[in-house]
Design a protein around this ligand. Structure first.
Ligand SMILES: Cc1cc2nc3c(=O)[nH]c(=O)nc-3n(C[C@H](O)[C@H](O)[C@H](O)COP(=O)(O)O)c2cc1C
Length: 381
């Protein structure tokens, strides 16, 4: 399958493109319509419902498909609270939604898929790419790349268990000696998988080195179901470039969406022939506040500061005194205290008095020393 267009043109993100990119098209995954070929990649610890909604709102609802963080099949089938919380989503805003699950046992995978379907998922996706030792050791994630027959049986059983489409997300292989994305994709397709997403790295590469987009393109050319490429798309223009060059039906954007939750709207700007809009400070603050409020609806207050810090670190990278803001926020004990710093920072930036804002640091007590992980603080005698 190839949707490679004739146009030799890639628009730079910040200048006006020559006109709409009419070659950009949506695609279908079974009965699910993916209207735009730009997909939010699953990221554990990041793409929960609050983040997915943040991306949808910031991107003016232009994300073609949203994927959850991976969810453990044992957790789902044992009604574990953490696993079930990860199933939470906004039925209006987060559409279409693929729920990604991971594990090794075939019957459990099928049962977990039924739970996802009953919860309202549009698609269920099997994770075959997670490199974490604790997942791989139990046969899940990237280990499935080394057991393609088992994976094919798993896909077959899962397809038989649900009415929604079943998809897989794989890597290029296990390591340099075992690059088998094409064989695995063909087997998964024969077993009934209706879309194949490929992160262009082996398990051994983790997240380093170059993603192999040539191999992704080769798979896209040799299987009939939609293939979605993933790996190092850094900005809106990069998303269009990879889509066009790989001939994939779609591309996934992961880490770049954490740095820039507006990216899907910017891609849409380019597709429509407009200059990509860049978020101003007021918009950054709105996104952070919205993220906080959405988290409050479904996770305990004590868990919020950690998640906020994660997003804030990305959204203020490169700002004058952004490091100082992160340092101050790191010491804040409550969400309110964090927000006082964040609001004062953006107000000062906006009013051109960020240098005065930074001087206040002198009035603050020094930060408490960091205790390395695994080293317990000794109690004072
Ligand atoms: C923090 C983090 C968590 C991830 N978690 C998942 C996951 O749960 N499931 C999955 O299939 N891929 C996961 N990935 C891989 C991404 O979906 C994506 O394929 C990879 O990051 C390359 O794309 P990018 O360069 O656009 O981030 C994760 C990546 C990161 C950085």
């Amino acid at each position: 399958m190839s949707n490679k267009p004739e146009l030799p043109w890639i628009p730079p993100s910040r200048t006006a493109p020559d006109g709409p990119a009419a070659w950009v098209k949506g695609f279908r995954v079974g009965n699910v319509e993916v209207k735009r070929p730009f997909i939010l990649a699953p990221m554990s610890g990041v793409t929960d419902t609050a983040f997915r909604r943040t991306v949808q709102i910031a991107g003016r609802e232009t994300t073609g498909l949203l994927v959850t963080e991976f969810i453990c099949i044992e957790g789902l089938t044992n009604a574990n609270l953490k696993a079930r919380t990860r199933l939470a989503f906004d039925a209006q805003l987060e559409r279409p939604l693929a729920v990604q699950i991971f594990g090794y046992e075939i019957a459990r995978m099928a049962e977990a898929a039924r739970i996802c379907e009953a919860a309202g998922a549009d698609i269920v996706d099997i994770n075959c790419g997670c490199p974490a030792p604790k997942i791989v050791r139990k046969g899940g994630g990237a280990e499935l790349m080394r057991q393609p027959d088992h994976l094919a049986r798993m896909v077959e059983s899962t397809v038989a268990a649900v009415d929604i489409p079943v998809t897989v997300k794989i890597r290029t292989g296990w390591d340099d000696a075992c690059i088998n994305a094409l064989e695995v994709s063909r087997q998964c397709e024969r077993a009934g998988a209706q879309m194949i997403a490929i992160h262009g790295r082996t398990r051994k590469q983790l997240y380093g080195g170059q993603p192999d987009w040539d191999l992704i393109a080769e798979v896209a050319d040799h299987v009939d179901v939609p293939v979605v490429g993933s790996g190092d798309i850094a900005d809106a223009a990069g998303a269009l470039y990879r889509l066009r060059e790989s001939g994939c039906a779609g591309v996934m954007i992961g880490r770049a969406a954490v740095m820039n939750p507006w990216i899907f709207g910017q891609v849409d700007d380019l597709v429509q022939g407009r200059v990509a809009r860049v978020a101003d400070d007021a918009e950054r603050l709105r996104v952070l506040a919205g993220f906080r409020d959405m988290m409050r609806a479904y996770i305990p207050e004590r868990a919020i500061p950690g998640r906020l810090k994660q997003l804030l670190a990305r959204l203020t990278k490169g700002f004058d005194h952004g490091g100082l803001l992160r340092h101050r926020v790191l010491r804040a004990k409550t969400t309110e205290e964090m927000f006082e710093w964040i609001e004062s920072f953006f107000a000062a930036t906006d009013e051109g008095r960020i240098d005065q804002w930074a001087v206040k640091e002198k009035d603050l007590p020094p930060p408490s020393p960091r205790v390395p992980r695994g080293v317990r603080r000794r109690r004072a005698a």
